[in-house]
Design a protein around this ligand. Structure first.
Ligand code: S3P
Length: 428
């Protein structure tokens, strides 16, 4: 797909539903008792994979665009799947579902696409095995395909070596089915959508700053879920409006969970012109409207406990940093190497092709600004949705058009991404 420079962006967008929350709403609805109604569900490829997997376990799920109804009959009624559970490109689907499967007294096989086949699974299969699940897979359970025979779990006290909501959630979902109280402790707090949504479904949890405990044997009760817009998707338009001259954009109903708002802190520190109007603090997940205008940016340093609060935004932050005064340093972010692609490598290699001055490091990168982007090259998403979207925004500010290969990867989390750019450009 060839994309070129845009003179200005104006107007407003309703950002599609949050991917993390959409996955959880289907999974928790599937194991709850009763009818769960979900509004503003994200009909992106990843969340559709979650729906397909739970249908294969006998759960009735109706999906009509962003309206979803899940007819849950409780954990005990999940059926042994007759086919492979295919998670597509979705790390959240496979890791959280493994936590559920670990406690089910049946056999299942899970696998996904080429990218999933390279992503580490021992971080989840090891604690689940410790709890009593029988899991096997390539390289001793590190890589897909994985086969699971679950049931008879015992609670554990698990110290996770990384701050990861996928690991934390998998162990908590197994803990829900285990005898005793399971505790997960992380080095830094990761996103807490699982904890918030389990509470909505009537489960009680004990939380402090970096640990969560859950008692086994609790039953989930169906709930009504409103999924706010995905701040990780909004981030691309926050960046676009900051960088494209003479822009002013309003993003409606964006999720503002504090475990996800690192991008807002960083934009403010960089000098972005950003206003936030919180809407309904009463919702299980806070959300609001964001108004952003073009501004002159300066470099920042990003590390430590800020990293899990913006891990998915690092590709777009790298693009912002190419246009900020000074050198931006990102460290403590080695997790980037095990995302949909090695995002330290893909961000650096693709942005360099269009003129950026970036040095990849062991646990992050250094970006030297301001460096005008020349464009005029072929780049690729490498099948990674967030790399595809970052390059889509890079094209808006590049001197010459760029050719983005595998741009269709954006449909994993934001199928209308390129249409939304057109919509804002047309209003300008
Ligand atoms: C997610 C957690 C994060 C994030 C991913 C979604 C989730 O992964 O990068 O896009 O929904 O729990 P990790 O838990 O591996 O950090």
């Amino acid at each position: 797909m060839k994309r070129g420079k845009i003179s200005s962006l104006k107007g407003e967008l309703h950002i599609p539903g949050d991917k993390s929350i959409s996955h959880r709403s289907v999974m928790f609805g599937a194991i709850a008792e009763g009818k769960t109604v979900i509004k503003n569900f994200l009909p992106g490829a990843d969340c559709l994979s979650t729906i397909a997997c739970f249908r294969k376990m006998g759960v009735e799920i109706e999906q009509n665009g962003s309206d979803v109804t899940v007819l849950g009959k409780g954990l005990d009624q999940l059926a042994e799947p007759a086919e492979l559970l295919d998670v597509g490109n979705s790390g959240t689907t496979i890791r959280l579902m493994l936590g559920i499967l670990a406690g089910r007294p049946f056999h299942s096989t899970v696998a996904g696409d080429e990218s999933i086949a390279k992503r580490p699974m021992k971080r989840v299969t090891e604690p689940l095995r410790k709890m009593g699940a029988k899991i096997d897979g390539r390289a001793g359970g590190e890589y897909t395909p994985l086969s699971v025979r679950g049931g008879h779990l015992t609670a554990i006290d698990f110290q996770s070596p990384v701050a990861s909501a996928q690991i934390k959630s998998a162990v908590l979902l197994a803990g829900l089915q285990a005898e005793g109280t399971t505790t997960v402790t992380e080095p830094h707090k990761s996103r807490d959508h699982t904890e918030r949504m389990l509470s909505m479904f009537g489960v009680s949890l004990q939380e402090d700053e970096t640990s969560v405990s859950i008692e086994g044997g609790q039953q989930l009760k169906a709930a009504e879920v409103f999924v706010p817009g995905d701040i990780s998707s909004a981030a691309f338009f926050l960046a676009a409006a900051s960088l494209v001259p003479d822009s002013e954009v309003v993003l409606r109903n964006v999720g503002l969970n504090p475990t996800r708002t690192g991008i807002i802190d960083v934009l403010k520190e960089m000098g972005a012109d950003l206003e936030i109007e919180e809407k309904d603090a009463g919702n299980a997940e806070p959300y609001g409207d964001l108004r952003i205008k073009t501004s002159s940016l300066k470099a920042v340093e990003i590390s430590g406990d800020l990293i899990p609060r913006l891990i998915d935004e690092i590709p777009i932050i790298a693009l912002l940093a190419t246009q900020a005064e000074g050198t931006t340093v990102i460290k403590d972010a080695a997790e980037l190497k095990v995302k949909e692609t090695n995002r330290i490598d893909t961000v650096a290699s693709e942005l360099k092709k269009i003129g950026a001055n970036i040095e990849p490091t062991e646990d992050g990168m250094k970006i030297h600004g301001r460096t005008p982007l020349t464009g005029g090259a072929k780049v690729s998403s490498h099948g990674d949705h967030r790399i595809g979207m970052m390059l889509g925004i890079a094209a808006c500010i590049s001197e010459q058009p760029i050719d983005i290969l595998q741009s269709e990867a954006v449909s994993v989390s934001y199928p209308s991404f390129f249409e939304h750019i057109e919509k804002l450009a047309a209003k300008a």
